[in-house]
Unconditional design. Structure first.
Length: 379
């Protein structure tokens, strides 16, 4: 019996242990369930309160930085454009053997110097990123503010336009340079005071958009057999842009000839250079043709004109050209005037007035129109 009681007691203990184990398992399950709920809730809360805002803030920061970098790249491109345009201008005006004088080149050089010294904007550094959402938001705000600031940098419109237009102007000036054109309008041989003489009239035109200087010419006179009987090389005055001058060549007197002139050959010997220098202008007015009658076996005529210079000039650098035309507009005679023929002072002051006169003999016809042009040949 005692054994039965003992066995029953053991059975009861086993049942109690089993129940305890089951209770413990349930408690463990409940605890882990609670822990799981807490962890899940924590994760949800973490994502809702930190991760999602963090990722959103980081995305906004990345967008702001991308915008900032784009503005930096645009600024660097603007800086490079100014540098490249300056280099292009320098290459044009620094080339060798270009048909432009130093005075005209100095204008382009001034533009180039201005561009080289023009202050260029430097790109700022990107804002530093600190930890935390607030730090990211602060860096984002700074990046956006810097982007707006950089977008306003590098405003080189005015200087860039000046440099590019100057480069285009001078490139066109050089590449489109044309030599002067000339045409012999009239030629005459005659006898003057029993000596051989000839005169010819040339129109020299400048097809460029800028004044041309330094033109030199020569003429060679031949007799009827083609032998050279006279020669002269001379400098021409500056020719205005798209303008022209007249040149009267020739000679009179046996001292200038080795034979009787019959034909003449005229040539331009130097191409000249473009310039923006301003030469003295001489205004001509009251041109008069006078018939002085017949004496000593010749018909005598005189042409007079009033002149006024806009600046101080040396009289020996004045150069006058006379053209006489008949009623049909045909040239009947042309001649040149030199200062030593009228006893002018060595220097004529600014706004100075003077009168010229030319004596002519035995014209082939009486002129209807008398034209006189006064130019000035600079050194």
């Amino acid at each position: 019996m005692s054994n039965d009681i003992q066995n029953e007691t053991l059975d009861n203990n086993d049942n109690t242990n089993d129940k305890a184990i089951i209770v413990n398992k349930k408690k463990i399950i409940v605890v882990f369930s609670i822990i799981g709920v807490v962890v899940f809730a924590s994760l949800v809360l973490f994502m809702a309160l930190y991760l999602v805002p963090f990722l959103a803030a980081k995305a906004e920061y990345n967008t702001a930085i991308e915008q900032f970098n784009n503005e930096i790249a645009a600024l660097e491109a603007r800086n490079k454009e100014l540098d490249d345009s300056s280099d292009a201008l320098h290459q044009v005006i620094d080339a060798e053997d270009i048909p432009i004088d130093e005075l005209l080149l100095s204008d382009a050089q001034d533009v180039l110097n201005e561009a080289r010294k023009y202050p260029k904007d430097s790109a700022p550094e990107a804002p530093k990123l600190t930890s935390g959402i607030e730090g990211i938001k602060l860096a984002t705000s700074e990046a956006l503010a810097l982007s707006e600031s950089v977008s306003k940098m590098g405003d080189y419109h005015d200087i860039l336009t000046k440099v590019k237009s100057t480069e285009t102007e001078y490139s066109s000036m050089i590449n489109g340079f044309k030599t002067v054109e000339y045409e012999i309008l009239w030629f005459r041989t005659y006898t003057l005071l029993d000596n051989p003489a000839f005169k010819f009239l040339v129109k020299i035109s400048n097809p460029n958009d800028y004044t041309i200087k330094g033109i030199k010419s020569e003429w060679t006179a031949y007799d009827s057999a083609g032998a050279i009987v006279s020669y002269l090389s001379t400098s021409q005055p500056d020719i205005p842009a798209n303008g022209y001058i007249y040149y009267v060549g020739g000679a009179a007197g046996s001292a200038y000839f080795t034979g009787d002139p019959a034909t003449v050959d005229f040539n331009i010997t130097t191409e000249g250079t473009l310039t923006n220098r301003v030469t003295p202008k001489i205004k001509v007015s009251d041109v008069q043709f006078k018939n002085d009658g017949y004496s000593f076996g010749y018909h005598w005529y005189e042409v007079t004109a009033n002149c006024q210079t806009d600046s101080e000039v040396k009289s020996d650098q004045l150069n006058g050209q006379l053209i006489l035309k008949n009623a049909d507009g045909k040239i009947i005679h042309a001649d040149f005037w030199l200062a030593d023929e009228n006893n002018l002072p060595d220097t004529i002051k600014k706004d100075g007035k003077f009168k010229i006169s030319i004596t002519l003999l035995d014209l082939p016809d009486i002129p209807k129109d008398t034209e006189f042009y006064m130019t000035y040949i600079l050194d």
